[in-house]
Design a protein around this ligand. Structure first.
Ligand code: IPE
Ligand code: IPE
Ligand code: MG
Ligand code: MG
Length: 326
């Protein structure tokens, strides 16, 4: 069952989503048994499927309605997302995602690396048959951006980034994929250039709001709803926007709290204490406000689109992204 089951924005594209879920469950067919098992495991809980939902909704703003082609793009981009999560969980040494074990935890890092590669290859195979070379290029460029963002994160000096450095990173690692879903689908469906641009701007701002909210939930979320271990970013010494704000508030730019946040391999007591300090600060609330400002920019971009049920659904996705608990 979809992780955000019941949300009303799925309704206009429910038929396409059901077909997509069927295809995702089938991705392992004919492949190595371990890959088949990993696929079965990964898609027992398919996640929120926000990216394919955006593909299906955005495609409705074009004049061309080729369901098969749009399904291929949606599947390709959801597989890019899934592959990047499988690899990211190795990078972040994460044990839990969607309330179940990660591939690295259930098998091991080697298996997770290869399963991720397999999923990326599947994603490219689907993109390769798209009729529009510009959209094929978008899929590849999105993976470049994603890698740039993840590399920027793992190679960063152990220092607190500025807000603008943080935003640059999350635009690469997260927002680029959201933009690709909206813009790529609009291009495939031969939407008007100004509608393609509006959907691209919507996707970028939505993606920024999404990742900031995710980073807040990593600090203050409820683990069983969030489906991921709370406090992972802090445990890993990975600074996020609510932490940046907490440090600035607490001691100007003094290094004391920053150094504690950035330290790798914290003791459970230190982690608990730091979580309490950050939760007591205005950092999470200020970060939520920042996410809301990107939400508002996303909603403003929608004004350029014709008023249709799909536009209302996109607005609902934006509202969900900043109010979600999972
Ligand atoms: C998780 O994305 C990865 C981030 C960019 C933070 P989602 O929260 O959309 O993942 P699923 O697919 O719904 O599990
Ligand atoms: C997002 O990074 C994952 C990718 C964009 C690959 P995070 O590390 O913040 O996401 P979660 O918290 O693992 O889902
Ligand atoms: Mg992670
Ligand atoms: Mg990460």
């Amino acid at each position: 069952m979809r992780a955000a089951a019941g949300a009303q924005f799925y309704a206009p594209v429910d038929g396409e989503l059901r077909e997509l879920e069927r295809r995702l469950a089938d991705v392992g067919r004919g492949a190595h048994p371990t890959f088949r098992e990993a696929v079965a495991h990964l898609f027992t809980t398919p996640g929120k499927l926000l990216r394919p939902t955006l593909v299906f909704l955005a495609a409705r703003f074009g004049s061309l309605a080729d369901r098969e082609v749009v399904l291929n793009l949606a599947e390709s981009l959801e597989l890019v997302h899934t592959a990047s999560l499988v690899h990211d969980d190795v990078v972040d040494a994460a044990d839990l995602r969607r309330n179940i074990q990660t591939v690295n935890a259930k098998w091991n890092d080697d298996v997770a690396l290869i399963v991720g590669d397999y999923l990326f290859a599947k994603a490219y195979a689907l993109a390769a048959v798209l009729p529009n070379p510009e959209v094929i290029a978008i899929v590849a460029q999105t993976v470049f951006a994603l890698c740039d963002g993840e590399l920027a994160e793992v190679t960063a000096a152990r220092a607190l980034p500025t807000e603008s450095k943080y935003l640059e990173r999350i635009e690469l690692k997260t927002a680029s994929l959201y933009a690709a879903c909206c813009q790529g689908a609009a291009l495939l469906a031969e939407a008007e250039p100004e509608h393609v641009a509006a959907l691209g701007a919507f996707g970028t701002n939505l993606g920024l709001a999404f990742q900031i909210t995710d980073d807040v939930l990593d600090l203050v979320g409820d683990e069983s709803e969030f489906g991921k271990t709370v406090g992972r970013d802090l445990a890993e010494g990975m600074p996020t926007l609510p932490m940046i704000y907490a440090v600035t508030e607490r001691d100007g730019d003094s290094p004391a709290l920053a150094a504690r946040i950035l330290a790798p391999r914290k003791s459970p007591d230190e982690l608990r204490e730091l979580l309490a300090i950050i939760r007591r600060s205005r950092g999470p609330e200020r970060a939520r406000q920042r996410a809301l400002s990107f939400h508002d920019a996303a909603v403003r971009a929608l004004a350029a689109l014709p008023d249709r049920p799909e536009r209302t659904a996109l607005r609902d996705v934006a509202d969900f992204v900043v109010s979600r608990v999972r």
